[in-house]
Design a protein around this ligand. Sequence first.
Ligand code: SF4
Length: 269
Amino acid sequence: MTSAEIVRITSGQLEEVNSKLEKLTPHQIIRWAHESFGEGRIAVLSAMQEAGCILCHMVQESGLSGRMDVIFVDTGVNFLETIETAERVSSTYGLKLVTLKPERTMEQQIAEEGVLYLSKEGQKRCCHLRKKVPLQQIIGKYDALLVSLRRGSGGKRSDVPVLAIDGELNLLRIHPIALMSDEEMDQYLVQHKVIVNPLHAQGYPTVSCNRCTTPVLPGEDDRAGRWRHLENADKYCNINPTDRKRHGDNSDFVELATETVVKILNFDI
Ligand code: SF4
């Protein structure tokens, strides 16, 4: 591809299309995304928590079974239940499971750098090495990722846009269930008998690595079980660009094929 066929876009340019996408249902957004980016250029990214499993189910329901990859980062210290959920969800909903792993095992990392996740600074490096760096393997393979962030989760997710820039991976992140409420999630789960991580029923509202996730007590915040051992922890690993960037920050950009960008920006309901 020559540079003439590539165009740069920032989040400011996505505002209009975002306001249109907000009027669509999650299934309509998924179908729009598949059509706009094209077969093979879009995948699901999921840590196999409840919302991610719903998203995978919706991809199947949108008629895209067998036509999309689901990317799962196996940090090497995931709960067995999470790995089994990734296998069950992908095979049942017809998504090809692409598992990405860090370069070193946790044992090798500890031998060389110590137990990073026991300190706040170390946790940032550990999440960088075991969650963020593995994702860099997909650079150039996809133009868009479907991700299950929701405004209803609150905190840093409370204003997540449907369509967001990921400059580091040079792709667009699409959040089809950004506007789905907690009640709608619960309803969807029951109505469609969605396969979910069994740990959710054992007191884990959110699930990450087994070293840094505990169940929560009744009345605690949903993210209270994340990095509980670290005082005043941020509670986010910040691998999602929308968790790091402030709303309206236009410093980030992606460069995509002109044809794809024209399709996205000219989208009309
Ligand atoms: S959640 Fe904990 S173990 Fe997992 S990558 Fe982050 S710091 Fe490391």
